[in-house]
Design a protein around this ligand. Sequence first.
Ligand SMILES: [Zn+2]
Length: 393
Amino acid sequence: MTPYEIRQLREDLGLSQAQMAAKLGTHYRTVGRWELGLYAPSPLGLAQLEGLRKRTKGNKGMNIDIHAHYVGSAYFDLLDKYGGQLSFEIVTDSHGERALKGRSGAPSPTRPYYDVEHRFGEMKAMDVDMQVVSLMAGPVPNVHLWEPEVGLALSRVNNDAYSELAQRHPQRFVGIAAVPLQNVDMAIAELERIAKLPGIRGVQMCSNIKGKYLDSEDFWPFYQRVQELDLPILVHPASSVLGMERMNSRVEAVILGYPMDTSLTIVRILFSGLLERFPKLRFCFTHGGGVIPYLRGRIEWRYETAPEMKASLPHPPSKYLERMSFCSAIYDDGALSYLIRRQGADRVMMGSDYPASLGVPQPVEQIQRLADVSSQDKKKVLGETAASFFKIL
Ligand SMILES: [Zn+2]
């Protein structure tokens, strides 16, 4: 545990340094300057403190952000090597910092993606206790866009970085692994590896993999193994999305394209029989599942009125929809309240999309201010559901 985390623990418990010293007695020693909080409890003292925090935080619960992005420094080293394949370039920006330059736009600084001390400050300002970290679709490219061998190399350095981060800060982070699904055999091989990595609690898929949606039977051998390993799947929008060729700008793609792509992949899953074939598969879709929760009646009605659908699917799509989970990053209080009431607080988890520019700046506050959601359900959305879904506690 780092001095920062020990200090955080003390602050969580509302203890002064002297009170903490008095509580721990001999299970405590100073390892640096007292006023900076550089002290270290013995293992026994640490266990006492953890127990105390669990009892104290039991009332409040841990606030867990399940949609947060982290990219290790080594991932950018590989992008520096292979970025040219996809017109990415690692450059030095005007502040002398390492930055990622895509086909268009200003170079994006890489440090915010892996500077943990900076992140701790931001998590504190957001009242987030723990982040479930994963890769994004942009501006940092995901692993499935590359030649399979490069995708595998990127996945490995990413997953090792997450495991190392989670082991270094077990109270603060767990990781969602990336796998190179452009080659399913390689993805399964990496899945076997990450299943044994400490601190990894799930696997990521994008809403489409190079144009292939998630119902594709090409992925079914992968799903078979994911189900056997009992790992949840976190689905994030892809960078290349539905209808992009008809959109005038990236603004339209961000507003409409991403949620529509997620929605299309969900509809395909609902009607494909995938969840019938794999009854224990657990999906969580980011950004509230796109527009799907609001199209539920339409989806049901189509099933009821189309005999060929009834013949091919033994249960109505709502039965499969009920098994899906969603993150809360949807920006509108009314829509979020509806999602929680309709889907249930056992199926909605707080997500911020940190540190994306479109991220929800105060995700905890947003959930806490929802007038028509019970305090019990808020606790679930803030962390209890995530703790159980990702087996965090
Ligand atoms: Zn995101």
